[in-house]
Design a protein around this ligand. Sequence first.
Ligand SMILES: [Zn+2]
Length: 149
Amino acid sequence: MIEARKETNMQYRVRAGRSSAGLGLFAEEAIPKGKRIIEYVGNILTDVSDEDTPNNLYIFNISKHVDIDGSPRWNIARYANHSCRPNAESEIKKGHVWLVAKRNIAPGEEICYDYGKEYWNEYIKPKGCRCVKCEEKREKQKEKEKTGE
Ligand SMILES: [Zn+2]
């Protein structure tokens, strides 16, 4: 069964905007640590076979029988990018997925969460991670190579 869940339950004002990795999700107001930010919504797939599950990067596995296909545009939470040093995390509660602040988030800050090891290895590693932490690592590496000459 496929059922559309459209209510994003935005608890704090956020918006999609330009980021270093294309589009990203940005806080428009201060979000305190531990607070829910927005619900990750989309098409709820219940007992949909693997062959019939859409093959896209926005599938969120909730339980053995339920996945959320978060690819629809009404799911604003889909714009949150991956980070290896995230300021938010995903939380699954009673079949709902929330983005929750891991620390205090300032207005204008980009909201990122860790997509998980499986996703990272499959989709991010081959292209190279674009998060702030990995960019810093690359910069340091470059510096090292420079001074090594
Ligand atoms: Zn990274």
